[in-house]
Design a binder for this molecule. Structure first.
Ligand code: PLP
Length: 394
């Protein structure tokens, strides 16, 4: 939560790359440490009777969390941010803070499975109402907005087919119906997409992914455009206890320092891999916002500052051969996260989307031969050679 002053704080005129590199530096007045210290204390001494310092109790705020919140808020051009212990807890926190039993939340039919499950299960328990729709279907969107939702979640590009929807258009319609607009910016990061400039009111990130970038911590963050909403959510954050540890906040701050260079380098490699895959005779389809064939390509060109490093593709092969292809890979690791320095491959049918029926997967365009790649920082020639040798084996 951003309230206190910090002598090393960058200003909004700095580039995102500078903001991430310098976040929290030189904040130690005692010893002059350049890199911020990890403050493990859960409580902070009052200066005198009834006079707390900037921090009093760790569930509310700590120097390390505060520093990361400030950096991420500046990156997204927000006024405030609240760090949580996972992306899911950030979405849960916002739901609890903003929604009452008669309120309606609208989410994309192809949003992250965890978000779908959370909204669906909480609505079944009567905490609020939830509806899922295809947000690129203008008629369906207008019809559902007539129900006057309280919150509209937008997630673009989608997972695993990387379809892009128009944030500006949906936000405008949602605002006309009186809703708040929440954008999940996990896949794009602040480096490639600026939801506040497109009309979002609140941004959520799973910091577990690109923002940390090293696949060694879980965290989430909510970023706000309006202080009053941030205050409301902060009260609930302290009330529920959604904070993450100072150690994880410290690691996240360290990961953030290289965000810009990581995202740009990973994206460059992803474009080379897309280029290789679209020409390969054993590949049936490639999905990446850089391709005209991916729905929303024209929107991506205007709304994103790049096409990102996530892509998916379908093999011209049986599921058995798909398994052999994965086994033959030497660099890509079979795991279901994304956004780290290491390249990962996942098989939605048996991994991220195994919880939904085969029929629902088919309707969503997810075949048994679909594979998703999160391109890491390895040499792109090595990555392409790895894919090529595994393709030769099937
Ligand atoms: N949003 C998106 C787009 C995600 O991909 C994920 C996780 O994969 C989440 C939210 C949830 O984040 P976390 O795993 O940190 O709880």
């Amino acid at each position: 939560m951003i309230k206190k002053t910090n002598s090393s704080s960058p200003t909004k005129t700095l580039s995102q790359r500078t903001i991430t590199v310098r976040g929290g530096l030189n904040s130690d007045d005692q010893h002059g440490a350049v890199i911020p210290k990890i403050s493990l204390s859960t409580c902070y001494r009052f200066t005198e009777f009834a006079k707390p310092r900037a921090f009093d109790y760790g569930r509310k705020s700590t120097p390390n969390r505060y520093s990361v919140e400030k950096t991420i808020a500046e990156l997204e051009n927000g006024v405030d941010a609240i760090l949580t212990n996972s992306g899911m807890s950030a979405i849960h926190l916002l739901s609890v803070a903003l929604l009452s039993p008669n309120d309606l939340v609208i989410a994309p039919h192809d949003c992250y499975g965890g978000s779908y499950r959370l909204f669906d299960s909480l609505s079944q328990k009567g905490y609020f109402k939830a509806k899922f729709i295809n947000q690129s279907d203008d008629a369906a969107l207008e019809q559902i907005l007539n129900l006057k939702p309280k919150l509209v979640l937008i997630e673009t590009p989608s997972n695993p087919l990387l379809r892009v929807v128009d944030i500006q258009k949906i936000a405008k319609l949602a605002h006309q119906s009186g809703a708040l607009v929440l954008v999940d910016n996990t896949f794009m990061t602040p480096i490639l997409q600026s939801p506040f400039l497109l009309g979002a009111d609140i941004i959520i990130h799973s910091c577990t992914k690109f923002l940390n970038g090293h696949s060694d911590l879980l965290a989430g963050v909510l970023v706000f455009r309006e202080q009053s909403i941030a205050e409301q959510v902060l009260w609930w954050s302290n009330n529920i206890g959604t904070a993450n540890s100072s150690f994880d906040a410290y690691l996240l701050q360290r990961g953030l320092r290289t965000l810009s260079v990581r995202v740009l380098a990973q994206q460059e490699s992803a474009l080379k891999i897309v280029n290789f895959l679209v020409r390969h005779p054993k590949i049936a389809a490639v999905h990446h916002p850089s391709l005209v064939s991916t729905p929303g390509h024209e929107i991506a060109k205007k709304q994103q500052k790049g096409f990102g490093s996530l892509l998916s593709f379908e093999l011209k092969a049986s599921i058995d051969k798909t398994a052999i292809f994965i086994e033959k890979l030497k660099i890509f690791t079979l795991a279901q996260s994304l956004g780290g320095t290491e390249s990962l491959i996942s098989h939605p049918t048996t991994m991220t989307h195994s919880g939904i029926s085969a029929q629902a997967r088919k309707a969503a365009g997810i075949s048994d031969q679909l594979l998703r790649i999160s391109v890491g920082l390895e040499d792109s020639d090595d990555l392409i050679a790895d894919l090529e040798q595994a393709l030769m084996a099937i």
